[in-house]
Design a protein around this ligand. Sequence first.
Ligand code: BGC
Length: 386
Amino acid sequence: MKKCSTIIAAVMLGCCGLRAQADGDDSFVPANPPQMQRLTNFDSPAWRAAGHFLRGVNLGNYLEVPPGQSWRVTASAGDFALMRAQGFDHVRVPVGWHHYAGPAPDFALSPEIFSRVDFVVTNALDAGLSVIINIHHFDELDQNPAAATAEFLKIWGQIAAHYAKFPQRLAFELDNEPHANATTAVMNPIDARAIAEIRATNPHRTIFVEPGGWGSIGELKHLVLPPDDNVIVSAHCYDPFYFTHQGATWAGPDPKVTGIQFPGPPKKPLVPDPSLKLHPWVLDWIHRYNTLPADKNPCSPLAFEGKLKYCRAWSDYYGRPVHIGEFGCFTTADPASRARFYGAFRRAAEQERLGWAIWDWNAGFRYWDRQNHRPMPGLREALFGK
Ligand code: BGC
């Protein structure tokens, strides 16, 4: 699907391993640290902005790719018009800014990365899309948050100054999928400093913040946000993981089995190849996928409905909009299952009044079939039908 540097490959491995774990009980009980204030104005800038980030698509595997590598994704002005015409209202643009930062103490960003991001942002805005730009795969911040904080803040200071006069339909997202040593608790004060840095030049800009644990929904309960009224919380959900990541070579040893359909159970039980030497928990999941009825099957909307409900309840209680910044399914799954999955997830998110963004536009989890100039089978109906 793409060429990964060793670091990125390691990141993805850990990432997907953790994503595979259940978040536990999905019922909502207010549990955030007492410093997390509840906001009570549901007509704040954040809530109004959330209405511009309802149905989105990630321009994945493009501007986050380290310099000198290509993961075979290109983007032209026409892509943004296409996204809009398909029905998306926003595009999330992962960016590897840190690859273009000069030495300490200024960490000056190169003009090259600004011109590439400007191209995407201006064309997307011109096409009528709202836009989220983030910092993606900033490994140093995940491994050693204390040491990388100065760079993180300097990068945001420069991005914020550069885009200060851009329309408010451009939003910033602080950090994609914090993980490893960048736990939610460690990142809370660092994110608060980044928000303050951005606010110095962008008092009205919408800012998205992700919790740790790879942006997992189960981590929302550890967030402490400043009482800023233009912050949206973003979480990621790739459940059911063995279905969505089947055959994903970067995703560790567990999602090796392909041929998993959505929803389960399959008509003919799936018999995994013993030479794959699957872990007992994967074999157990496959057994339940093969045998449990639709209303109890782990490869069904049960895998995400409770989590999305939790997001809604958390959001209502803490007074912060929640956005699902990534969900999706690799193209190794059969096309009909992919379409059913995207449709079921999208409907469940909308049922809970959550904005969403699929992973991705035209890479390994693609919506758009560039070769044939049309959406992948069933995906338009899945995302924009009833
Ligand atoms: C990563 C992608 C990956 C996707 C699905 C994203 O967060 O940035 O590289 O393909 O998750 O695993």
